[in-house]
Design a protein around this ligand. Structure first.
Ligand code: C5P
Length: 298
């Protein structure tokens, strides 16, 4: 019988995101620099005695049900073979805020692909897993690869970049906010497509230039969504103003609503997190990860 597995599902931030334009298939072409961070969900995979069965539960009951990306990833893998597979109980311990632009659901899907590939002994190679990941969602391939990468196409074409130098990453969330990705894309005014270019950021990462990486958000807009989200979500705009009044340069991750602030210094990162909380937001103190996720037997 397969043994229990624990697998971590880390969040991502978009250090820079340029939506290039709408495509005939309804998606949008992008150029985005993605970075894996330490804030993670955890997936526990355990054997069930009944073959071919699976049960799924989550510490957030609102996320239970077959439309969860964990179940969709399990069903996609299950559909690849006609042979009998060991029964499995999957428990998702949720830490990453949902619909927050942090790729939590996508990372859960990626962790499920990796975990069940191992648990069911399917021996699928990474390139096959990456293709399956792209069928589950635009961010899932990056979540499978991890590290630092430039994502193109609708997000599934990945070019690995050198690991980002270590930074503390303070995540700042306005209270009770979530944004649907599809809705956020729909709100973009075509005049905003193609801005901001992420090429200077890529150059800084290729050079391993910490000062240039940290200065990049300070230079202005880092993400096409920023303008439109600030226009349509006034509470979020007010929250950003509060952070800016503290002399911070919050950058938006994905289509929001999470902002992030990079810091080289732990004491400063901790003070920023306290300041976010003192001003009514939720803060998570996290850091950049260089390694891909790993599973372990327990
Ligand atoms: O790929 P994923 O399922 O995460 O995308 C959710 C929605 O976000 C899509 O249905 C689409 O409306 C929008 N999207 C987009 N262009 C992308 C990625 C997502 O328009 N590159």
């Amino acid at each position: 019988m397969s043994r229990r597995l624990v697998i971590s599902a880390p969040a991502k931030i978009n250090l820079g995101l340029n939506v290039l334009g709408r495509r005939p298939d309804g998606y949008h072409d992008l150029e985005t620099v993605m970075q894996q961070i330490s804030l993670s969900d955890t997936l526990l995979i355990e054997p069930l005695t009944q073959a071919n069965e699976w049960v799924f539960s989550c510490t957030d009951p609102d996320l239970e049900g077959n439309d969860n990306l964990v179940c969709r990833a399990a069903s996609l893998l299950r559909s690849l073979t006609t042979k009998s597979l060991p029964g499995v109980k999957i428990t998702l311990y949720k830490n990453i805020p949902t619909q927050a632009g942090l790729g939590g659901g996508s990372s859960d899907a990626a962790a499920t692909l990796l975990g069940l590939n191992r648990f069911w002994q399917l021996s699928l190679k990474k390139d096959v897993l990456l293709q399956l990941a792209a069928r589950l969602g635009s961010d899932v391939p990056f979540c499978l690869r991890g590290g630092t990468a430039l994502a193109r196409g609708r997000g599934e074409i990945l070019q690995q970049l050198p690991p980002l130098p270590f930074f503390w990453v303070v995540l700042a969330l306005a209270p009770a906010s979530s944004i649907s990705t599809a809705k956020a894309y729909g709100l973009i005014d075509p005049g905003s497509f193609g801005k901001p270019s992420v090429h200077e950021l890529i150059e800084a990462i290729n050079e391993g230039n910490k000062a240039k990486v940290i200065a990049w958000p300070a230079a202005g807009q880092t993400n096409t969504f920023e303008k439109v989200i600030m226009k349509h979500y006034s509470r979020l705009n007010n929250f950003r103003s509060v952070l800016q009044n503290l002399l911070l340069r919050p950058a938006l991750s994905g289509s929001g609503p999470t902002f992030f602030i990079l810091s080289e210094d732990y004491s400063r990162a901790r003070s920023i997190a306290y300041a976010v909380e003192d001003n009514g937001g939720r803060a998570f103190l996290s850091w950049t990860e260089v390694k891909n996720k790993e599973w372990c037997h327990v």
